[in-house]
Structure formats: C-alpha cells, structure tokens
Ligand binder design. Structure first.
Ligand SMILES: Nc1nc2c(ncn2[C@@H]2O[C@H](COP(=O)(O)OP(=O)(O)OP(=O)(O)O)[C@@H](O)[C@H]2O)c(=O)[nH]1
Ligand SMILES: [Mg+2]
Length: 450
C-alpha cells in the first residue's frame, strides 16, 4: 500500500538541500510528501496526521548531522519514528500463570488464522509447552478438515465438535486439562468483511472461556481496510496483539502501521510463508525499512554516522598522541564507551583499564555518564579546551551550572586526568603500542566506534 512512499520521498526531498539547522519550511516540504504518499496509499487520515506530527516533533530545530544531507535527515526521522511506533517486539507468546493459556485467533477470511494456529502451536511446543488446536469454524466443514489435517501432520492434539462455539471451547478446555495440555489455541471462522454476526460470535466465545490473549490475524496486503478491520476487532472483541501474515509476498507492509495505530496493540509475529515453521517474532527495524522502501538510503545514513564516530575518534587519538586530552575529547570518549554497554566490562578488556575503574564508572553507568555530560556541558569552551585553568572558583561555578556538587565536578576532572595519564603511558613516543591505543580509542576494527 505504500508502494510509492520511498520513491516519492526520495524525489521530493531532492528539492531540499539545506545544511545546518533544518528550516521549518524544509521540514514542512518533506512532511507534506510523507503525508501525501500515505494518504494516496489509503492510510486513514487520522493515522497519517498522528504520524506526521510525531515526525515533525523529531525534526523541528534539529541540526542536520554532519555527513548527512537535509533530505537524509528527514528520512532518518521518518525511519526512527516508524521503528519506535512499531517497536517493542521481542516478545513471544504470553503464557498464563494459571494454565491453560487460551489463545483466540480472529481475523477476516483467508487472513491466515488456521495456518497461524498451527504455527503458534509449534512455537508453544518449542517453548516446552503442550498445545492443543481447536476448530471453531463451524460454517465451513472444510475448515475443520483443514486444521485437522495440519494438526495430524505435525502430531498436535486436535479437537472439533458439534453445537455452539462456546460449548466446543468449554469442552476443549476441560479436555485439555484432562490430557495435561497447557496451551489451547482457538481457530475461529472468518468473514469477507467486518460483520456484526461474526463479532457477536467472538464476543460470546470470549465471555465463555478464560481467554489469555486475543490475536488479530491480518494479511500484510490489506490496504485501506486495515484501519477499519483493526478498529472493529479491537473495539468489538478486544485485541491483545496482531500477527501480520504473508510478509513473504511483495506487500510493502504499510498495513503494519495502520494496524498498530488502529488496535493500539503491537504487531507480535510475522508470517513469512505457508509452511508451519514460517513464523517469526516481528522486527520493527525490518518493517520500517520495508515500509520506506529505502534500504539504500538507510544504509547510507548508517555509514555516514559510523564515519562521523570514526572521525571523532581519530581526532581524539591525535590529541592524545600529543599528550592533550580536552574535555570535548573526553566527552566523546565517554559517550562512545556508553554505547558499548557496561563501562566496567569494557575497562576490564582494555590494558591498564583497571586504573580508570571507579573513576569513569559507578554502579549505574547511565546515570554516571549523564552526570559527566552535565558537568562538561557546564564548562566554557575555554575550560573544555584547557582543563588546567579550572580552579576552585571555576569548579564551584561549574557545579552550580550543572546542578551538581563540587565533588561531582572533581570526579570528572580526576577521570579526565586519569585517562590522559593512561593514554600517555600507552601512546607517548611509543609507536609500537598503537594497537593498544587503537583498541582503547575506537580504531582498529573492533567495532568500538559503533
Ligand atoms: N505466503 C504465505 N501464505 C500464507 C501465510 N499465512 C497463510 N497463508 C496462506 O493463506 C491462505 C489462507 O490461510 P488460512 O490459514 O486458511 O486462512 P484463514 O484465516 O484460516 O481463512 P478462513 O478460515 O477461510 O477464514 C492459505 O493458502 C495459506 O497457505 C503466510 O505467512 N505466507
Ligand atoms: Mg481458517
């Protein structure tokens, strides 16, 4: 449904060529194209408006990163917003603490409910559970046979029955506990369109048995319908998550965005083929680049950012070689170290790193780094470049400016001193130690500068 978004964006954004801070009219020009492309692709206007507003708030007053063009900066913001919106995806099935876990699958006809039922049962079995499949599509006898056949092929317990869907579901749960099965997957009937009778059936079913989760199964090709379908199922039946099927096809996956916003719930799984093993936990990053259709541009942005990091690292290293580590250098270092995760762990790997322990890192790395940033950013440019001028009066002023104590300022100053000493030890007049320095300061291909 977003067929043209990537292309349109690319074409429209060529017109923008700004540097420095993005001008509001440039942001608006970019956003206009995003909005038009989404609307043309039949995305609901409310979804579009909300999305565009969020991207705008990411861009207003933002400086174009060195190495990027203004259009790339806009694409980057759209991509980040997509990922955030779609994100939080590493979760599998939610098992009930009071078994059995009952998973109810709902969705339009042909969306992939029956296929997904088997996929989820296999997933539950891989997770060490004992699943059972229940056929509740009583309108089509062939539907029951389809699930039965698939279940038998995979050696999965299966149950069908006569009467109302509520009765069958209740029987199934009794049967499951009799057999010691702890996950019950309910495969319900579909309809071509959203339909009141179907909704009522699902509501009755949900009231009759303790459903742990209701998943909406939706075809990735769903276009304009996606919002209507998502809203209808979410408001009438209640939806706890979405499974997006047929992502192995050529759908751009824009339905993911509509469904996410229409249901208020996350896309949890992706169907990637007809076979029972073709199910994946949903990946927001992959979906965002699919929706944007701009894999190349995104790769370029990533590389540009990498090289900025590397350039910064190079500059720091040259300062170090000359025996001068400014606070600007130090801040770059600390931020890069933070990206790597635990400072303690990293310092352990670095020759001489133990000397810095307790100075650059505390038990709470993130908090420590934020404090360091606050301190350094409260220094004047001259103080950052010439750390030796920072006397007692300046320390007190910096402490006030950063909202911290003079002791915190002292710690930062000590940490820089320690790092400079360490660097001198490894670097000064000793070319042979380049490898060690390189490892410490982000060169030498260990991926540190990422
Ligand atoms: N390529 C591909 N095909 C899929 C996927 N999921 C389901 N299908 C196919 O889509 C068709 C419909 O799937 P079903 O599982 O029968 O759909 P349903 O929702 O149970 O349909 P009804 O019971 O008629 O409402 C079948 O041909 C499946 O093989 C997927 O992730 N990828
Ligand atoms: Mg079916």
């Amino acid at each position: 449904m977003f067929e043209a978004l990537g292309d349109r964006l690319a074409a429209a954004l060529k017109k923008i060529s700004g540097r420095g801070v993005l001008r509001p009219e440039e942001v608006e020009a970019g956003l206009r194209e995003v909005r038009l492309a989404l609307l043309e692709a039949d995305v609901n206007f409310k979804v579009v408006k909300g999305f565009v507003d969020r991207v705008r708030s990411r861009l207003v007053g933002v400086e174009v990163s060195p190495g990027l063009t203004a259009p790339q900066q806009v694409v980057k913001a759209v991509n980040e917003e997509l990922i955030e919106l779609l994100g939080g995806n590493s979760e599998g099935l939610r098992y009930s603490p009071a078994p059995p876990t009952v998973v109810m699958l709902t969705g339009l006809q042909g969306s992939g409910k029956t296929t997904t039922a088997v996929k989820l049962a296999l997933l539950a079995r891989r997770d060490g559970h004992r699943p059972m499949l229940v056929a509740l599509d009583l309108r089509r006898p062939a539907a029951v046979d389809q699930l039965k056949m698939l279940a038998e092929r995979e050696g999965l317990p299966f149950l069908a029955g006569q009467g109302s869907v509520e009765d069958i579901a209740r029987d199934a749960i009794e049967e499951a506990s009799r057999l010691g099965l702890d996950v019950v997957i309910l495969d319900t009937a579909g309809r071509l369109h959203v339909d009141a009778e179907l909704m009522q059936e699902l509501v009755r079913l949900k009231a009759a048995v303790p459903v742990t989760e209701t998943l909406l199964i939706a075809d990735a090709m769903t276009g304009q319908e996606a919002v209507k379908v998502g809203e209808a199922f979410a408001s009438a039946v209640g939806v706890d998550g979405v499974v997006l099927t047929k992502l192995d096809g050529d759908a751009r996956g824009g339905a993911a965005l509509s469904l996410r916003l229409a249901t208020g719930q996350q896309i949890r799984f992706a169907g990637t083929g007809e076979r029972p093993q073709d199910l994946e936990v949903f990946h927001a990053e992959r979906m965002a680049s699919r929706i944007l259709g701009m894999g190349d541009v995104l790769g370029l942005i990533e590389r540009a950012e990498e090289s900025i990091d590397q350039e910064a690292a190079k500059e720091v290293e040259s300062h170090l070689r000359s025996g001068r580590l400014t606070f600007d250098d130090f801040l770059i270092q600390v931020r890069q170290l933070r990206k790597m995760g635990s400072l303690e762990g990293i310092l352990d790997m670095v020759p001489g790193g133990a000397a810095l322990k307790g100075q650059v890192s505390g038990p709470d790395t993130e908090r420590e780094v934020r404090r360091m940033e606050a301190v350094i950013l409260s220094m004047t440019a001259r103080e950052r470049a010439h750390p030796e001028i920072i006397d007692g009066a300046r320390r007190r002023r910096i402490a006030r400016g950063s909202g911290l104590q003079p002791a915190d300022v002292n710690r930062v100053i000590k940490a820089r001193d320690a790092m400079q000493k360490l660097a001198k030890q490894f670097g000064a007049g000793n070319r042979g130690s380049k490898a060690g320095l390189g490892r410490l300061f982000g060169q030498g291909g260990t991926g540190w500068s990422r």
